[in-house]
Design a protein around this ligand. Structure first.
Ligand SMILES: Cc1cc2nc3c(=O)[nH]c(=O)nc-3n(C[C@H](O)[C@H](O)[C@H](O)COP(=O)(O)OP(=O)(O)OC[C@H]3O[C@@H](n4cnc5c(N)ncnc54)[C@H](O)[C@@H]3O)c2cc1C
Length: 453
């Protein structure tokens, strides 16, 4: 005899229900699950992999990321965290050191930590707060009701890929760049927005592993075309003998494809031998991944489904950073869901869930709109070299202002003159309207037949 859950649906062995399902336990999903659990919600966190696990990333966090970790209760004084004092920009033989600003509302240091550990730590905080984690569970598609509203997900669990269903009135998609859940609900990405790609590799480097600065190189040339890389290279210290070295590229349509591997080899060959960034010191293969950015998938809420992190293209078009954006959006999503679930299902709850894209738009709408223009007109065509020209690099005020614009490390309301200028600049950008649609096409959802009365 089938087991029947509280919603009246048939429950198979291993099937589960919750108030909220979060698909994907990267920074976006783990943060959302943590804040939901803290709000007393019954939350199921589904993850296709196991922890700890690797994730292709630069492993660098600005003070905004540190701020979010502190809010989440992560012990950043524990071993394994490496503090950074700021950024070092390298361009045409010139260098500029930019210390993280001393602001009232942000820490004055950044952090690095390999994503191998980082994601595991966040997930343990989420489960510590009460989230129910299910690893090796891969969501395969949404379950929907007759109105096309999501009511859970189908999944396969374990090595044997046992079919499962997980039900909840609200689902948060945090499944990264693949955006499988959003796509299956008909939420396509905006084809007008370019997707960046980035590659990274670990090297053993005693010379660079304790560098107090995140180092960024703006004058790299594409090996194939000889043109400026429409992106930048980085060397981030991990403090454990390794450095994370990589480069990212946002090629404009007219630029053509970039061979990241060859461009990186070309760049590393330029660097001093004593840094050790040579084949014999490589500590991992070179791996690359996509960076969906500039809010390239909207609406961020539709029919019971909230999109958080890379699956919503939340990577900053200014810098390629996405971890802090994923965590901050995870918190905003959790708050919207917790408030929505205080209301009975219907228009009132729907209105509360629509607050999520509104709030994201309020926080970042103008900044991303301006960033998308900057990416289209400058960064994706010519890279960072034009903005890090001799005059800018020679002016500490210009360099500091640009750094704050690129990383969005600022106080709100403004703390100093640089904050005031940046906030004024952003206020001049017309606010985009948050997309609050139903999605663009009918979902490819599996509808379970309702039991006959
Ligand atoms: C080379 C590179 C360097 C980068 N460097 C930086 C950096 O230095 N700093 C920074 O801030 N950002 C950086 N980024 C961006 C950053 O990695 C991402 O923005 C960030 O990981 C987004 O987090 P997320 O939780 O949205 O997605 P992810 O981290 O991708 O997490 C998604 C999770 O969902 C799981 N999942 C996927 N599909 C399913 C499914 N069907 N069912 C269940 N689980 C599923 C995945 O296994 C994964 O655990 C970099 C990106 C790249 C590619």
């Amino acid at each position: 005899m089938p087991v029947t859950g509280p919603s009246g649906a048939d429950m198979g062995a291993g099937d589960e229900q919750a108030q909220v399902i979060v698909v994907g336990a990267g920074p976006a999903g783990a943060t959302a699950a943590l804040y939901l659990a803290r709000a007393g919600m019954d939350v199921l966190l589904l993850e296709k992999g196991t922890f700890p696990r690797d994730k292709v990333c630069g492993d660098g966090l600005t003070p905004r990321g540190v701020h979010q970790l502190v809010r989440m209760g992560v012990d950043i004084d524990a071993p394994g965290w490496t503090r950074t004092r700021g950024m070092r920009w390298m361009c045409e033989g010139r260098q500029a050191h930019i210390d993280w600003p001393r602001l009232g509302g942000q820490p004055d240091f950044g952090l690095t930590r390999s994503r191998h550990d980082f994601d595991d730590i966040l997930v343990r905080h989420a489960t510590g707060a009460g989230a129910r984690l299910r690893m090796e569970v891969k969501a395969t598609g949404p379950l929907t009701d007759r109105a096309g509203r999501i009511t859970g997900v189908t999944a396969v669990a374990g090595a044997d890929k046992e079919p499962r269903t997980y039900r909840a009135p609200v689902v948060i998609a945090a499944d990264g760049a693949s955006a499988r859940t959003a796509l299956a609900m008909g939420l396509e990405r905006d084809p007008a927005r370019q997707i960046a790609t980035a590659a990274r590799r670990y090297y053993l480097s005693t010379a660079r592993t304790h560098d107090p600065y995140l180092e960024l190189w703006a004058d790299l040339r594409c090996s194939r075309t000889g043109r400026d890389l429409p992106g930048y290279g980085w060397i981030f210290p991990l403090g454990d003998g390794r450095v994370n070295v990589g480069l990212g590229s946002l090629p404009h349509r007219r630029h053509g494809a970039v061979d990241l591997r060859a461009t990186m080899e070309h760049w590393l060959a330029r660097l001093p031998k004593e840094w050790g960034l040579r084949e014999e010191n490589a500590d991992s293969p070179l791996r690359s991944a996509a960076l969906p950015m500039g809010f390239n998938r909207r609406p961020q809420y539709s029919r019971g489904l909230l999109l958080v992190g890379d699956c919503a293209g939340m990577i900053s078009p200014w810098s390629g950073e996405g971890v802090v954006q994923a965590m901050e959006a995870g918190e905003v999503a959790a708050e919207a869901v917790a408030l929505a679930l205080l209301r009975p299902g219907g228009p009132g709850r729907e209105e509360a869930l629509r607050q999520y894209p509104r709030e994201i738009n309020r926080l970042w709408g103008r900044y991303y709109r301006l960033g998308n223009h900057a990416a289209d007109l400058v960064l994706g065509r010519y890279g960072y070299r034009p903005i890090l020209n001799r005059r800018v690099m020679a002016s500490p005020v210009l360099v500091r202002s640009l750094a704050r614009l690129l990383t969005q490390v600022a106080d709100e309301p403004g703390h100093d003159a640089i904050d005031a200028v940046l906030h004024t600049l952003l206020r001049l950008v017309p606010a985009p309207t948050p997309a609050l649609g139903r999605g663009r096409r009918t979902p490819k959802a599996s509808r379970k037949p309702r039991p006959k009365p």
